[in-house]
Design a protein around this ligand. Structure first.
Ligand code: AMP
Length: 254
């Protein structure tokens, strides 16, 4: 179960699944420099290895792999790029991000040789990139996806929530509320999809969110859809009080 550390209850739930569904559960902590852009928060990304190891242990993880950045990236000649699913949304706004993710996930798979690997649906596009890579390279890994763990306010748990003041963290919970409103408007048929999305965007802007995107997509291909599918998910990315948030829900999530 790969992570970048600063572990919270979302990571814990994936680790519990990894350790309970397998004979041996292996986790990793690696703040992957290849997935950060030059203007991003690599240096200030929260790190707390001692607390993380306790979280992993409490989830029943057998072994944690915490490599040195140099060990993982220096002298690496191979880059894994998953085109198509990587191109839009996060991939468009964070050039090279998913190449960095895919390269390191492939390397971790090579090191650990897992039977199953666990990822959170919170990072929906990352799930699509990893699933596509595994399919294309015929990697013998079963990819398991788990639903997002949230604060009582509804805000998706994220290591970057630590950047918020307590008041701003509470106010940021309006993001998933708007997602639910838009999903409700789409599924109850009161408006068309494009119109429901543009109303949601306006609502978020009014609440102080700088929206990067709000879209209804197919979670396997990340292609925007204008007809509801069973698996369709509403995805959003927005900056609020200087913190960039991403989230998504199933169109039928209540
Ligand atoms: P990260 O440490 O941010 O790279 O995340 C490691 C894994 O935990 C990824 O598969 C994430 O999708 C997953 N994850 C992050 N936040 C959550 C959450 N709130 N609920 C469930 N899984 C999560």
């Amino acid at each position: 179960m790969p992570t970048m550390g600063a572990l919270h209850a979302g990571h814990h739930s994936l680790m519990v699944a990894a350790s309970s569904e397998n004979e041996v559960g292996v986790g990793s902590i690696f703040v992957n420099p290849l997935q950060f852009g030059p203007a991003e928060d690599l240096e200030k990304y929260p790190r707390n290895e001692a607390a993380d190891l306790e979280v992993a242990e409490s989830a029943g993880i057998t072994a944690m792999f915490c490599p040195d950045p140099a060990e993982m990236v220096q002298g690496l000649s191979t880059k894994v790029a998953v085109s198509g699913v990587s191109d839009q949304f996060e991939g468009q706004l964070r050039p090279g991000h998913f190449d960095g993710v895919a390269t390191i996930v492939a390397r971790l798979f090579g090191i650990v040789l897992p039977t199953r690997a666990y990822f959170g649906l919170k990072d929906l596009q990352q799930c699509a990139v990893v699933r596509t890579m595994v399919r294309d390279l015929c990697l013998p890994v079963d990819i398991r996806l788990l639903e997002t763990v949230r604060e009582p306010s509804g805000l998706a748990l994220s290591s970057r929530n630590a950047y918020f003041s307590p008041e701003d963290r509470e106010a940021a919970a309006q993001l998933p509320m708007v997602l639910k409103n838009v999903a409700g408007a789409i599924t109850d048929g009161s408006g068309d999809i494009a119109k429901s999305i543009s109303i949601g965007m306006a609502e978020l802007a009014y609440l102080g969110f700088a929206v990067d995107y709000l879209e209804l997509v197919d979670p396997l291909t990340m292609v925007p859809v204008r007809k509801i599918g069973e698996d369709s998910r509403l995805i959003v990315a927005a900056r609020f009080k200087g913190v960039r948030l991403i989230d998504n829900i199933s169109i039928y999530q209540k």
